[in-house]
Design a protein around this ligand. Structure first.
Ligand SMILES: Cc1ncc(COP(=O)(O)O)c(C=O)c1O
Length: 363
C-alpha cells in the first residue's frame, strides 16, 4: 500500500487512521450481521442502536443538555443557510448576521432570498483578515436570531468567545469547521449547525443542534424535508438518513472519547496551530500570516508568500514530498494548512520542517 500522505485538505479532510481501519475491518460484516452497515435497513434494530449511541456520544462529548435536540440531516451546511430562515425567520421579522468571511456572507445572501436579513457587523472591508468588533456592531434587539460563523474556513479567522446577542435574541452558529475541536457552552446557543466533513466525519451528514422550544416557531406547511419540527419528531428518520456517514461520525466520536474528550483535543489543536504560526512569524517575513494574530484560526492556517510564483512552487514541491492540500481556497489564493482534529502532530512537524527547508532554498 502507498504510504498515507500528510493531508491538509480543508474538507472533506483527513480522518483518523484508526477510524478508517475500523470501518475497513467492519465493512463486510457489521457486528456479526453478515452484512455491511451500507446494506442494512435504517429501520432495523441495529441501525436504531447505532443512532442512539451516536447521539449519546455526541451529547456526552459536547455537553449537549436535554433542552436541545440533535438532528442528523443531509444537504450540507449550505442547506442550513436556507432551512434556518425558512424555519426561524417569521414573515415581517428580521435576522442579524455577523459576517467574518465568505461563508457568513453566503448565509446572509440566502436568508435575504427568504426574508429580511441584515449584516449587523462585517469585516469585509479588510477582506476578512480579522473579526468584526462586536462592540461596534449594529445589533437589532428585535432580531429573530443572530447568526455568526465560529471559524471562517477560507480566510482563517476564528472566534475565541462567541459574540453576545442582545438579550432575548437567539444565537445561531455555523460551526462547520470547528465543531468538536474545543469545548463550547451549548446553553448559549439556540442553534448550531455543521457539515461533518471537516472535524466530524465524512461528507453526507449535517449536524443540527437546536433548542427544543424554538421548534414552536416553525411555520406550518413547510416542505417536509425542510421542516425542523417534523425532522425532530421523526428522530431524523423521516426518510432514509445518510447511514454510512452517520456510522463514520460514530467512529470519529468514539475516537474523540478515547482520546479524552474535547478538552484534550483542544490542547492538541492549540499546540499544532502554535507550531505553524510560530514558523510563519519567525520566518522574517518570508511567510506572512493572513489573519491578524488575535483572531487566527486554530483550524485553517492561512498565509502568503512574496509572489504567486513562489506560492505555486511551494505547493508543487510540498506535494512532491507528500504534503497535500496546502493551496488556499480558489477565491482568495495564497496558502492554507487545514489542521483539524484528525491531522496528526507528525504532519504539522513535517510541514514546518518543509517550510524551513523551502525558505533556505528560496530566500
Ligand atoms: C464554515 C463553513 N460553512 C459552510 C460550508 C459549506 O458546507 P457544505 O459544503 O457542507 O454545504 C463550509 C464548507 O467548507 C464551511 O467551511
Amino acid at each position: 500500500m502507498k504510504t498515507r500522505v500528510h493531508n491538509f485538505n480543508a474538507g472533506p479532510a483527513t480522518l483518523p487512521l484508526t477510524v478508517l481501519e475500523k470501518a475497513q475491518a467492519e465493512l463486510l460484516d457489521y457486528h456479526g450481521l453478515g452484512m455491511s452497515i451500507l446494506e442494512i435497513s435504517h429501520r432495523s434494530t441495529a441501525f436504531d442502536d447505532l443512532m442512539t449511541q451516536v447521539e449519546a456520544n455526541l451529547r456526552q462529548l459536547m455537553g449537549i443538555p436535554s433542552s436541545h435536540k440533535v438532528l442528523f440531516l443531509q444537504g450540507g451546511a449550505s442547506l442550513q443557510f436556507d432551512m434556518l430562515p425558512m424555519n426561524l425567520l417569521p414573515k415581517g421579522g428580521s435576522a442579524d448576521y455577523i459576517i467574518n468571511g465568505v461563508w457568513g456572507k453566503k448565509a446572509l445572501q440566502e436568508a435575504r432570498k427568504l426574508g429580511n436579513a441584515r449584516a449587523a457587523a462585517s469585516s469585509e472591508e479588510t477582506i476578512f483578515d480579522r473579526l468584526p468588533d462586536p462592540s461596534r456592531a449594529d445589533f437589532d434587539p428585535q432580531a429573530a436570531y443572530l447568526h455568526f460563523t465560529s471559524n471562517e474556513t477560507i480566510h482563517g479567522n476564528q472566534w475565541g468567545e462567541a459574540p453576545s446577542p442582545p438579550s432575548g435574541v437567539p444565537l445561531v452558529c455555523d460551526m462547520s469547521s470547528d465543531i468538536l475541536s474545543r469545548p463550547v457552552e451549548i446553553s448559549k446557543y439556540s442553534l448550531i449547525y455543521a457539515g461533518a466533513q471537516k472535524n466530524a466525519g465524512p461528507a453526507g451528514v449535517t449536524l443540527v443542534i437546536i433548542r427544543e422550544d424554538l421548534l414552536d416557531r416553525v411555520p406550518q406547511n413547510l416542505p417536509a424535508m425542510l421542516d425542523y419540527r417534523l425532522l425532530a419528531e421523526k428522530g431524523s428518520l423521516y426518510n432514509t438518513p445518510p447511514s454510512f456517514s452517520i456510522y463514520m461520525l460514530g467512529l470519529v466520536l468514539r475516537w474523540l472519547l478515547d482520546l479524552g474528550g474535547l478538552n484534550e483535543i483542544a490542547k492538541l489543536n492549540a499546540k499544532k496551530a502554535e507550531i505553524i504560526y510560530q514558523a510563519i512569524d519567525q520566518s522574517g517575513g518570508f511567510y506572512r500570516g493572513y489573519s491578524r494574530p488575535e483572531c487566527r484560526s486554530l483550524m485553517n492556517v492561512t498565509f502568503r508568500m512574496a509572489s504567486e510564483a513562489l506560492e505555486n512552487a511551494f505547493v508543487k514541491v510540498a506535494a512532491e514530498q507528500g504534503l497535500i492540500g496546502i493551496r488556499g481556497h480558489r477565491s482568495v489564493g495564497g496558502l492554507r494548512a487545514s489542521i483539524y482534529n484528525a491531522c496528526p502532530m507528525e504532519a504539522v512537524k513535517a510541514l514546518v520542517d518543509f517550510m524551513a527547508g523551502f525558505q533556505v532554498i528560496h530566500m
